[in-house]
Ligand binder design. Structure first.
Ligand code: HEC
Length: 156
């Protein structure tokens, strides 16, 4: 398999009207204000990561004996690869190990927040934010709320 392009540096170059920051390649990334406040998606990603990924990947993206430290993984795999693994899952059968990354593409509680989780993990990689719940964060934008409802398919 050809080696995919590595991700761009995680530095944010701009913020879109949903409050999401992007890197030089246009992929989602985090932003931390001088006072330590994180962007909305980093905060949301913290919550979603700990409800959907933590059980296998350990707290704060640090990894476990079962599954890799995703704060390290996102240094090497780009956004498209990350997305693809979350949607389709992966199974490592080498060395007699039977470790399974489940395919989560049908799970809206994951897929509606996949950018949030990715952004959070980028913030954890390189320890741009400490372990634990971010102490303060930017407000959620009306566009982010709209996109979330559209994705979840709520009527409200
Ligand atoms: C049931 C346990 C389980 C859950 C839940 C889980 N994973 Fe995984 N994940 C794994 C295992 C095990 C691997 C390693 C698979 C392999 O080696 O092929 C893995 C691998 C990955 C990888 C590839 C990492 C690398 O370094 O190559 C990514 C990315 C990933 N998971 C993202 C996620 C995200 C995001 C979530 C939450 C939305 C999640 N996983 C939830 C078990 C899990």
């Amino acid at each position: 398999m050809a080696k995919a392009e590595p991700p761009a540096p995680s530095k944010a170059v701009k913020q879109d009207d949903s409050g999401k920051y992007v890197d030089a390649k246009g992929d989602p990334t985090f932003n931390v204000k001088p006072d330590g406040a994180v962007d909305w998606y980093t905060y949301s990603g913290f919550r979603r990561y700990h409800s959907e990924c933590h059980v296998c990947h350990g707290p704060d993206g640090e990894g476990s004996t079962y599954a890799p430290a995703l704060k390290e993984s996102v240094k090497g795999i780009n956004y498209a690869e990350f997305y693809g693994i979350v949607v389709g899952g992966r199974q490592n059968l080498s060395g007699g190990e039977n470790k399974v990354m489940p395919a989560l593409g049908d799970n809206k509680n994951v897929m509606c927040y996949v950018d949030d989780i990715y952004v959070y993990l980028r913030a954890r990689s390189g320890d741009s934010i400490p372990r634990g719940r971010p102490a303060s964060h930017e407000e959620k934008s009306p566009k982010a709320t709209e996109a979330e409802h559209a994705c979840l398919g709520d009527q409200n």
